[in-house]
Design a protein around this ligand. Sequence first.
Ligand code: CU
Length: 110
Amino acid sequence: MTMSRTLTLAVALLATGIASCAKNAPQPPSTFPIRGEVVRIDLSPARVTLSHGAVPGFMDAMTMAFELKDSSVISTLRIGDSLAAILNVQGSRTWLDSVTVFRHDTTASR
Ligand SMILES: [Cu+2]
């Protein structure tokens, strides 16, 4: 094997290694601002069901359950609260973080 053939082989192996590494590296989550009203709270697993507005580029307005990145946030929520959050989407996983309650419903019981 000549020197240049050896070098070509080494470069090819390196390129294959980089390509497979890039394929396996997790993509960073896509993020979307979302607003909704709390219609249901589940403690275990911690999930909040929101009647949410349209999320442009991702989904229409609907009622659906979300996981929370910080599950301790769930204990601060009440049914009827309005909140804003960041929806994270990574592959088939979705979760909320940066939750801000901007209207706390003091009349609703949990
Ligand atoms: Cu939805």
